[in-house]
Ligand binder design. Structure first.
Ligand code: PRX
Length: 631
C-alpha cells in the first residue's frame, strides 16, 4: 500500500473488504443469513449450536428469562471439561497438540490433548482428596503456564468455582479477592518470569492469606532451583500433590446453571466485583464464537496473547479454544523481551494462523518499527483479532498492512468480563471499517440508545446496550445482587454495558469509551475509586481524584490530583513514594503516570468529586453543566 493510499484511508471513512479467498472458505458464508436465522428463532438457533456438544442430559427449555435474570439450557447437565478434553481424546485427537508453550528464554513445552487430560484428571483427584467440593472457591494466582490452565480445568472437572487472579496484582488486591470469595484453597507458583526477572508470587500469597482462616491449603508450583521452602502443613508442592493420583477423575455432573467461575473486575466503586459465569451457556457462547468470529478450523494454530487472569484468557485460551479442539500457542513473559521480534518469531516458528491481541501491544510494536515483524515470515497468518479497547485507525491499518500483509481480515471484537464472549465485530466476510468494531455477532441484539432506551440517530453518541439475553452473559455478582441488577436498571429493558458508542447508517458500532468512572489502561479496566482509595491510604494524602487521560500507547493513562495533609510538602520524592505505594496496594498496572498536587478539588455540594470537571480542564475541553459544583 502506498503512503498516499494509506493517508487517504485514514481520512476517508474507509471500508475494506476481506479477501474473497477468505470469505469463500469461511465457516459462516453469510453474516446476514446467519443473523436472520438467529432472529427468526433465537432458541432454535442456540439449540443447534448446543447440539454439537456433549450433555449428560439435554435441556427442557433453551431459555427462561425474566429480566434481569436469565437461565440457559434449563435443567440440562454437562461438564465443560468433558467437552474440552474427553470429547477430543475419545475422538482421535489424543495426540493433537493443545498447547505450544514458550518462555522468554525460548524453553518450550508441547502439550497434547492426551497429556493435558491426564494432568487435569490427576489434579482434579488431588483437589477432591484435599477436601475441595462442588461449589467451593479456589483462587488461582499463577503465571501463564500449562499448570495454570490445568488448575482452572481441574476445578471445573469437580465443580469447584475458580477465581483466577492476574499475577500482576499485589498483596491487598489478592487478599480482597481471596477474602470476598472465601476461598478454601490457593494454587500458586514460586515465581513468574517477566523481562528475565523472577517475580516472587508465593511471597505475595503468604502475605495475602495471613490470618485468613478460610484458606486450608496452598499448592505451590516450584519452578526455581533450589526450590523455595514450603512451610507447615498448609503448603504442598504442585507435583507432589498430584503424584500418586489416578489419571482419571469422574467429572462432576453440573447443572447448566451451576457456576463455573468467578472473575473480579473493576467498576465505579472502590472494590472490584466478582462476576459469576455459569456452565452451559458460557460453554455454548464461547464455543460458537470460536467457530464464527475466529473462523476456527481443525488445522488452525490459534494464538491469543492474553493471560488467563483476564476474561480474554478464560474465554479464548482456556474454554472456547479447548471446547472447539484448537491447537494454541501461549507465551509467558513480555511481548518485547528479549527484543521486539519475540512475537513475530513465535508466529513464524509455530505457523500461527489466527492471532488475537490488544491495541496497546499493536501501538507499542508500531513505535518500535516495522523492521521487527519484517524480519520474520508471517505468511501463515490468515485472520487477526483485536480486543480490550478501541483500536485507532492508524493502528488498525498498521496491523492490517504490516502484520496481515493486507490478506488477513481483522476482527475488532467488543465484549466484556460480564458478556463472557465476543458481542460485536465483523465476522467472516463482513466489510471492515477501521476504528469501528462492527455489527452484533449472530445471537446478540445490540444497539446505541439514549437514556430512555430510544435508538439515537446515525453517528450520534449514545449508550451501548444489549436488548436480549445471550448464553454467555454473567448471571450474578458475588454477594451483590443490587450491583447485578443495576446493569439492567440504568436504561429500561436493556443491559447497559457502561460504554458510549455511535452507530452509523450501515449499522456499524464504534466504541468511544466508558461512560462511568472506569479507566482503560492498556486494555485493562481500572476503577478511579480503587486508585483513589489506594492513594488516600498513604499517610501524606488528604484527598485524591483520579482521571484517565489519552495516551498514544496505553490508550488511557492515569493522572492523579492530590491534596496533601498539612505538614507534607510536594516533592519528586513524594511522587515516587506515592507511585510505589499504589504499586504495593494494587499492582503495577494501576500506578498513575502523572501526579499533580493541588489545593482544592472540584466537588458537588454533596461532596462528591467531579472527575469530569478535572478531566475537561486537563484536556482543555468544555466541562459541561456546572450547576452542581460547590463553588
Ligand atoms: O470499554 C470496553 C472495553 O473494555 C471494556 C471491558 O473490559 P473487560 O471487562 O476488562 O474486558 C476486556 C476484554 C473483553 C468494555 O466495556 N473494550 C473491550 N473491547 C473493546 C473495548 N472497547 C473498544 N473496542 C473493543 N474491541
Amino acid at each position: 500500500m502506498s503512503e498516499e493510499k494509506l493517508q487517504n484511508l485514514l481520512h476517508v471513512s474507509t471500508v475494506i473488504n476481506p479477501p474473497e479467498s477468505f470469505v469463500k472458505n469461511a465457516n459462516v458464508k453469510s453474516y446476514e443469513e446467519e443473523y436472520k436465522k438467529f432472529l427468526d428463532n433465537p432458541e432454535v438457533f442456540w439449540a443447534e449450536v448446543a447440539e454439537e456438544l456433549f450433555w449428560y442430559r439435554k435441556w427442557d427449555k433453551v431459555l427462561e428469562w425474566e429480566l434481569p435474570y436469565a437461565k440457559w439450557f434449563v435443567n440440562a447437565q454437562t461438564n465443560i471439561t468433558v467437552n474440552a478434553l474427553d470429547r477430543h481424546v475419545k475422538n482421535g485427537k489424543k495426540n493433537k497438540v493443545a498447547f505450544f508453550w514458550e518462555d522468554e528464554f525460548g524453553n518450550e513445552k508441547v502439550v497434547t490433548y492426551g497429556s493435558l487430560y491426564t494432568l487435569v484428571n490427576k489434579l482434579a483427584n488431588a483437589l477432591k482428596r484435599a477436601g475441595i467440593k462442588k461449589g467451593d472457591r479456589v483462587v488461582i494466582y499463577m503465571p501463564l503456564v500449562i499448570e495454570q490452565v490445568a488448575a482452572m480445568l481441574a476445578c471445573a472437572r469437580i465443580g469447584a468455582v475458580h477465581s483466577v487472579v492476574y499475577a500482576g496484582f499485589s498483596v491487598p488486591a489478592l487478599r480482597h479477592r481471596i477474602e470476598d470469595a472465601e476461598a478454601k484453597m490457593v494454587i500458586t507458583a514460586d515465581v513468574t518470569i517477566r523481562r528475565g526477572r523472577a517475580i516472587p508470587l508465593k511471597q505475595i500469597v503468604d502475605e495475602a492469606i495471613r490470618d485468613l482462616e478460610t484458606v486450608e491449603k496452598v499448592v505451590v508450583l516450584r519452578r526455581l532451583k533450589p526450590r523455595v521452602d514450603l512451610i507447615g502443613e498448609k503448603e504442598i508442592d504442585f507435583y507432589k500433590f498430584i503424584e500418586n493420583e489416578p489419571s482419571y477423575c469422574e467429572p462432576e455432573v453440573m447443572d447448566s446453571e451451576d457456576p463455573l467461575f468467578m472473575l473480579y473486575t473493576s467498576g465505579s466503586t472502590g472494590k472490584p466485583k466478582g462476576v459469576i459465569h455459569t456452565t452451559g451457556g458460557y460453554m455454548v457462547g464461547t464455543y460458537y464464537s470460536m467457530k464464527t468470529v475466529f473462523d476456527l478450523k481443525d488445522d488452525d494454530i490459534f494464538w491469543c496473547t492474553a493471560d488467563p487472569g483476564w476474561i480474554t484468557g478464560h474465554s479464548y485460551i482456556v474454554y472456547g479454544p479447548l471446547v472447539a479442539g484448537a491447537t494454541q500457542v501461549i507465551a509467558e513473559g513480555a511481548p518485547n523481551y528479549p527484543d521486539f521480534g519475540r512475537w513475530w518469531k513465535l508466529i513464524e516458528k509455530y505457523g500461527v494462523t489466527i492471532f488475537y491481541t490488544a491495541p496497546t501491544a499493536i501501538r507499542m510494536f508500531m513505535r518500535a518499527g516495522e523492521e521487527w515483524p519484517n524480519k520474520y515470515d508471517l505468511s501463515s497468518l490468515r485472520l487477526l483479532g483485536s480486543v480490550g479497547e478501541p483500536i485507532n485507525p492508524e493502528a488498525w491499518l498498521w496491523y492490517y498492512k504490516i502484520i496481515g500483509k493486507e490478506k488477513c481480515p481483522i476482527v475488532d471484537t467488543w465484549w466484556q468480563t460480564e458478556t463472557g464472549a465476543v458481542m460485536i465485530t465483523t465476522i467472516d466476510g463482513l466489510p471492515m471499517k477501521p476504528g469501528k468494531a462492527g455489527k452484533p455477532v449472530p445471537g446478540v441484539i445490540a444497539d446505541v440508545v439514549d437514556k430512555e432506551g430510544n435508538p439515537v440517530e446515525a453517528d450520534k453518541g449514545g449508550f451501548l446496550v444489549v436488548k436480549y439475553p445471550w448464553p454467555s452473559m454473567m448471571r450474578r455478582i458475588h454477594k451483590n445482587p443490587e450491583k447485578y441488577e443495576s446493569y439492567w436498571k440504568t436504561i429500561p429493558n436493556c443491559y447497559f454495558a457502561g460504554d458510549v458508542a455511535t452507530k452509523d447508517a450501515d449499522g456499524y458500532i464504534m466504541i468511544l469509551g466508558r461512560a462511568d468512572d472506569v479507566i482503560n489502561v492498556s486494555g485493562h479496566r481500572i476503577g478511579t475509586m480503587e486508585v483513589e482509595s489506594a492513594l488516600v491510604s498513604h499517610p501524606a494524602v488528604a484527598e485524591a481524584a483520579v482521571i484517565g487521560k489519552p495516551d498514544p500507547v496505553k490508550g488511557e493513562a492515569i493522572k492523579a490530583f492530590i491534596i496533601l495533609k498539612s505538614g507534607h510538602e510536594p516533592s519528586d520524592k513524594l511522587i515516587e513514594d506515592l507511585k510505589y505505594h499504589v504499586r504495593m496496594e494494587l499492582g503495577a498496572l494501576a500506578v498513575p503516570s502523572e501526579i499533580e498536587f493541588v489545593d482544592k478539588l472540584p466537588k458537588t455540594r454533596s461532596g462528591k468529586i467531579m472527575r469530569r470537571v478535572l478531566k475537561a480542564k486537563e484536556l482543555g475541553m468544555d466541562p459541561g453543566d456546572l450547576s452542581t459544583l460547590e463553588d
